[in-house]
Design a protein around this ligand. Structure first.
Ligand SMILES: Nc1ncnc2c1ncn2[C@@H]1O[C@H](COP(=O)(O)OP(=O)(O)OP(=O)(O)O)[C@@H](O)[C@H]1O
Length: 277
């Protein structure tokens, strides 16, 4: 079954279009084993969705449901096994070198853990200078955008707090003025108080700077704070999709209701009537 994701602004030309995208991995470990064992594990199956300019789309689901795999395929870090992914009408797998360079500038990713994604041997100044290149956003402006003080420039990642590192990760993603940021669990490695600041920062970037967002999360409270549309994934497939208010407050699928019930009350814009006391 493939569930199409209704677009908030159907008339808008999509920035991204995923058409029946799938990703599978060989279960065999060696080439010899592969000759005799052709079984594959389907991490993602038949996912179709669109992201229009100005969208804030969430992809939610339990651990292992395929959210990160979809995110990695969207930014070109993982190639799909089936289906097509188009950015502004051009399929990612047939882009010319120039189109690919533009794509990599226009679509950026914010990772869950900056421990792995920021180079520990480089100062923040060097990391940001490399991201900015010749024609990116001036560094002081970038720091202002993510509300970081200038002193962080001289520091190495381990000399910053988790929240500061995540802001650096966001600044790096914004350095080349992307039109779309894919954020994979952007707050899950942070304390609750810092989570709220990062959510506010992403919301401001979306609302004030017009950056389109795809947010991967298993946290439906965060989704309610940040996004307008949501896709619910289970076992690699989209099981429910629609406007956040509909999916969070009037879920059609029992699986979504169970996900909602797992949110502690009092966090974010909690759906009414669900969640443990
Ligand atoms: N390189 C790989 N080889 C084999 N299986 C993989 C690989 N990468 C991911 N998977 C499997 O694909 C499934 C989906 O993984 P994915 O990371 O997309 O899930 P997720 O919804 O993002 O989970 P989480 O919320 O825990 O990060 C999982 O069962 C995972 O074990």
């Amino acid at each position: 079954m493939s569930v199409n994701v209704p677009n908030a602004t159907p008339a808008a030309q999509p920035i991204f279009a995923l058409q029946e995208v799938g990703k599978s991995y060989a279960l065999a470990r060696s080439p010899l084993e592969r000759m005799f064992n052709r079984r594959r594990f389907h991490a993602v199956s038949d996912v179709s969705l669109e992201v229009a300019k100005g969208d804030a789309l969430a992809i939610v689901g339990e651990s292992g449901s395929g959210k990160s795999t979809v995110a990695r395929m969207m930014v070109g870090l993982t190639a799909p096994t089936t289906g097509s992914i188009c950015f502004r009408g051009d399929a990612l797998n047939t882009m010319t070198r120039t189109q690919n360079a533009t794509f990599r500038q226009r679509v950026q990713m914010v990772f869950q853990s900056t421990t792995n994604s920021l180079n520990p041997r480089k100062t923040i100044a060097t990391t940001l200078a490399e991201a900015i290149g010749n024609d990116g956003v001036p560094v002081r402006q970038l720091l202002d955008m993510v509300r970081l003080p200038a002193f962080v420039l001289a520091r190495y990642p381990h000399q910053l707090s988790g929240g500061q590192r995540q802001r650096v990760g966001i600044a790096r993603a914004l350095a080349r003025r992307p039109e779309l940021v894919v954020a994979d669990e952007p707050t899950s490695a942070l304390d609750v108080s810092i989570q709220a600041e990062i959510i506010k920062l992403l919301r401001d970037l979306h609302q004030s700077a017009g950056v389109s967002l795809v947010v991967i999360s298993h946290d439906l409270a965060l989704v309610g704070e940040l996004c307008e549309r949501v896709v619910v994934m289970r076992e690699g497939r989209v099981v429910e999709a629609g406007a956040v208010d509909q999916v969070l407050f009037e879920p059609r699928e029992r699986y979504t209701t169970e996900l909602l019930a797992a949110i502690p009350k009092g966090i974010g814009r909690h759906p009414i009537g669900v969640g443990p006391e």
